[in-house]
Design a protein around this ligand. Structure first.
Ligand code: ARG
Length: 231
C-alpha cells in the first residue's frame, strides 16, 4: 500500500510523450513506440511482473494526468525539478542530461548563451528549456511550440535564431534529420536528471525505483544505454 492508501493495480497505464528521440518516438513502419524510455519501461515491468498500457500524449498533459489519477506512471525524459516534486513523486534519476543551444550550421554570431541577446529562441512549451530561456536577459523573444520538431523547423527556415533543448535530443537531431543543417554551440547550459514520475504517494514508486536499481546493477540498463546512445 502506498502512503495514499491505494494498492498497485494489476494493469497500469503509463503515459509518455508522442516524440522525444531517442527516448520515445513512433516507428512509422510498425506503428509501435520505440526508444530508450520504452525499452526501460518494458524491462521494469518484466522485473516487477506487471502488465501495462502505454498512453502517448502531449508532454504538458503528463503531470495533470498523474495528478488526476488518469495515469499510474509517466516516463518521458522528464527532468526532476523541485517545482514538479511538489505535485508528483519521482524515482531515482535514470539519465543525466542538460540543455544545449542549437543554431544553423552557417551561424557565426552565436557561440554561446551570452550571444543570444536580441535573438529569437524557439523551444518546446512546458519544458525546462522554456523556463530556462524565459529567464535569460535581453532575448528578443522566446517562442514555445507544442512539438520540438516545429522549433527545429523554425530554426532551419530562419524564423528563429536558435533552439534551446535537451542535450540528448539536440545531439540526436544533429546526427539524423538535422545533419549538415544545424550545429550545437557553447557549453551544456544546465545539468538535469530524468526521473520516472508517479501520482503523489503512489505505492508503485518504490517498486519501480527498486526495479530500476536492479536493472542498473545487472547490466540491463547498460545494454539499453549502449543500444540508444552508443558506447
Ligand atoms: N527534460 C525536459 C523537461 O522535463 C524536456 C522533456 C521533454 N520530453 C518529451 N518527452 N518531450 O522539461
Amino acid at each position: 500500500k502506498g502512503s495514499d492508501g491505494s494498492e498497485v493495480p494489476e494493469k497500469i497505464t503509463i503515459g509518455t510523450d508522442t516524440s522525444f528521440v531517442p527516448f520515445e518516438f513512433l516507428n512509422q513502419d510498425t506503428g509501435e513506440y520505440e526508444g530508450f524510455d520504452i525499452d526501460l519501461v518494458k524491462a521494469i515491468a518484466e522485473k516487477i511482473g506487471i502488465e501495462y498500457e502505454l498512453k502517448p500524449m502531449d508532454f504538458n498533459g503528463l503531470i495533470p494526468a498523474l495528478q488526476t489519477g488518469n495515469l499510474d506512471m509517466a516516463i518521458a525524459g522528464m527532468t526532476i525539478t523541485d517545482e514538479r516534486k511538489k505535485v508528483v513523486d519521482f524515482t531515482r534519476p535514470y539519465y543525466d542530461a542538460g540543455l544545449y543551444i542549437l543554431v544553423r550550421s552557417d551561424e557565426k554570431s552565436i557561440k554561446g548563451v551570452e550571444d543570444l541577446k536580441g535573438k529569437v529562441v524557439a523551444t518546446k512549451q512546458g519544458t525546462t528549456s522554456f523556463n530556462y530561456a524565459s529567464k535569460l536577459d535581453g532575448l528578443k523573444e522566446v517562442r514555445p511550440f507544442p512539438n520540438i520538431d516545429q522549433a527545429y523547423m523554425e530554426l532551419e527556415k530562419g524564423s528563429a535564431d536558435a533552439v534551446i533543448y535537451d542535450s540528448p535530443n539536440v545531439l540526436y537531431y544533429i546526427k539524423t534529420k538535422g545533419k549538415g543543417k544545424v550545429k550545437a554551440v557553447g557549453d551544456l547550459l544546465q545539468a538535469e536528471s530524468y526521473g520516472i514520475a508517479f501520482p503523489k504517494g503512489s505505492p508503485l514508486r518504490d517498486k519501480v525505483d527498486e526495479a530500476l536499481g536492479e536493472l542498473m546493477e545487472d547490466g540491463t540498463y547498460e545494454k539499453l544505454y549502449v543500444k540508444w546512445f552508443g558506447q
